[in-house]
Design a protein around this ligand. Structure first.
Ligand SMILES: *Cc1c(COP(=O)(O)O)cnc(C)c1O
Length: 392
C-alpha cells in the first residue's frame, strides 16, 4: 500500500470505503493517478464537477475572485453572491436565495422555512414534514430524519422529530398520510439519486404539488443532485411543470467548491428574517463566483447537448448484454446490470473508467460537457464489462 493510503487509513475517520485509486490531476473528463494511469471520469465527484476537472472558465472565475477577496463574512456586501442569486431567481422565476455550503444545509434551510411558515400561518402544531421512502436528503441529524431509509437511522436516535415517509408514486398512500397529519412541508427529489436513480412518475409529482398548493403546504424539491443542468433542464422540476415553494441545490452549482442554495418562491421569500438563519461561510465570494460561471454556461445549447448525449447513453445500454434496465434523465443515469454493480464498478476502474453506484445500479453522472468521443469510449468499456461479468 502507498504512503497516501497508509496515512489516510491511520488518520482519516473510517467513514469512507475508498477505492485504491490516487488521483493527482486531471482536465475535463479525464483524470490521472500517481502512476500516470488515465481514467475517464463518469462520476464527476458525485455530480459536483459540472464542467469537469480544472475547467478553464471555472478556474478563471474562481482565481480572479480569490486574488481579490476570499471571504468577508455576511456582515458586509460582496458582489458574487448577489449576482448568482439574481441569476437563479431570473432563471427559475423565484424570488430570493439563501446560500449555505452543502446539500444538507440547503435542506435544513428549507425545513426551517416550511416550519416557520406553517407555525405563523396555522400554528405551532403544524410541523410535520412528509418525505419519500428511499429518498436521500443529507447526513445531519435533521436531514437524516428526512431521509426515508431506516438503515441510516438505527444507531443515531433520537433524530429530529416530525418527519414521516411515504412510498414514491403511490398518491393514495400520500393523501392518507397528508390528511392524518398536521403537515408543514413536503420534500421530494424528482429523481431519487442515492435511492437508485428512480424517476418519479409525472402524475404523482403533479398530484403532490397540487395538494400542497390547495392546502398551503410548503413544497420543497431537493435538487441537490438533479439540479444545475444535470437532467437536461436547469432544474429537474421543470420537466414536470410544477412550481415548488423551495428548490434546494448544491453539488454541481459549486463546481467543486462547497456551495449550497435554498431558492425561495414569492410565497416564502420573507419567512426567514434577521437572525432566523445564517452561515459563516454561506455565500462565500469565491464559491459564488465559480457558481456564476457555471450557471451562466447552462444555456439552451448545452441543455440540448445534454439531452442528445443522454439519448446516446440510453440507446447504447438498452438491451445490451448483461444490462437489465436503464433509468434516469439527462446525464443522470442508472444502469441495472446482471452482475453486482460493485463488481462492474471495480472492473471498470481496472479498465480506466470511474463510475458510481446507487443501490443495486451502476450510476453515471459525467461532466455536463463531456466530449462525445470520450463519452463513447467510456460507454463501450462499461458495456463490455457488463457483458463480460454477466451470467448468460
Ligand atoms: C448529495 C445529496 C444531498 C446531501 O448533500 P451534501 O452536500 O452531501 O450535504 C442531499 N440531497 C440529495 C438529493 C443529494 O443527492
Amino acid at each position: 500500500m502507498s504512503d497516501i493510503q497508509i496515512r489516510d487509513k491511520e488518520y482519516i475517520a473510517g467513514t469512507y470505503a475508498r477505492f485504491p485509486v490516487e488521483i493527482v490531476s486531471g482536465k475535463g473528463s479525464e483524470v490521472y493517478d500517481t502512476e500516470g494511469k488515465r481514467y475517464i471520469d463518469m462520476g464527476s465527484g458525485i455530480g459536483v464537477t459540472a464542467f469537469g476537472i480544472s475547467d478553464n472558465e471555472w478556474v478563471a472565475a474562481v482565481t480572479s475572485q480569490l486574488s481579490r477577496v476570499q471571504h468577508m463574512s455576511n456582515l458586509y456586501y460582496t458582489e458574487p453572491c448577489g449576482k448568482l442569486a439574481e441569476m437563479l431567481c431570473t432563471r427559475t422565476g423565484m424570488s430570493k436565495v439563501f446560500f449555505g455550503n452543502s446539500g444538507a444545509e440547503a435542506n435544513e434551510c428549507a425545513i426551517k422555512v416550511a416550519r416557520k411558515y406553517a407555525a405563523e400561518k396555522k400554528g405551532n402544531d403544524y410541523f410535520t414534514i412528509i418525505t419519500l421512502e428511499n429518498g436521500f436528503h443529507g447526513r445531519t441529524l435533521t436531514t437524516l430524519a428526512a431521509t426515508g431509509q431506516e438503515h441510516y437511522h438505527e444507531l443515531f436516535q433520537p433524530l429530529t422529530p416530525g418527519f414521516i415517509h411515504t412510498p414514491a408514486n403511490d398518491f393514495d398512500a400520500f393523501l392518507k398520510l397528508a390528511k392524518e397529519n398536521k403537515v408543514a412541508g413536503i420534500m421530494i427529489e424528482c429523481i431519487q439519486g442515492e435511492g437508485g436513480v428512480n424517476v418519479l412518475e409525472p402524475d404523482f409529482v403533479k398530484g403532490v404539488a397540487a395538494y400542497a398548493k390547495e392546502n398551503d403546504i410548503v413544497l420543497v424539491v431537493d435538487e441537490v443532485q438533479t439540479g444545475n443542468g444535470r437532467t437536461g433542464e436547469l432544474y429537474a422540476y421543470m420537466h414536470y411543470g410544477i412550481s415548488p415553494d423551495v428548490v434546494t441545490t448544491a453539488k454541481g452549482i459549486g463546481g467543486g467548491l462547497p456551495l449550497g442554495a435554498a431558492i425561495l418562491s414569492e410565497k416564502v421569500q420573507n419567512v426567514l428574517g434577521f437572525g432566523d438563519h445564517g452561515s459563516t461561510f454561506g455565500g462565500n465570494p469565491v464559491a459564488c463566483a465559480g457558481g456564476v460561471s457555471i450557471i451562466e454556461r447552462i444555456d439552451e445549447k448545452l441543455l440540448a447537448d445534454i439531452k442528445a448525449k443522454s439519448e446516446y447513453i440510453f440507446s447504447a445500454f438498452d438491451g445490451a448484454k448483461g444490462v437489465k434496465s436503464v433509468s434516469g434523465l439527462g446525464l443522470m443515469v442508472g444502469i441495472e446490470t446482471e452482475a453486482a454493480a460493485s463488481d462492474v464498478v471495480k472492473k471498470c476502474i481496472e479498465r480506466g473508467v470511474l463510475c458510481l453506484t446507487a443501490k443495486h445500479k451502476v450510476r453515471l453522472l459525467p461532466a455536463l460537457n463531456i466530449p462525445m468521443d470520450v463519452l463513447k469510449e467510456a460507454v463501450e468499456i462499461i458495456k463490455s464489462v457488463a457483458a463480460e461479468l454477466s451470467n448468460s
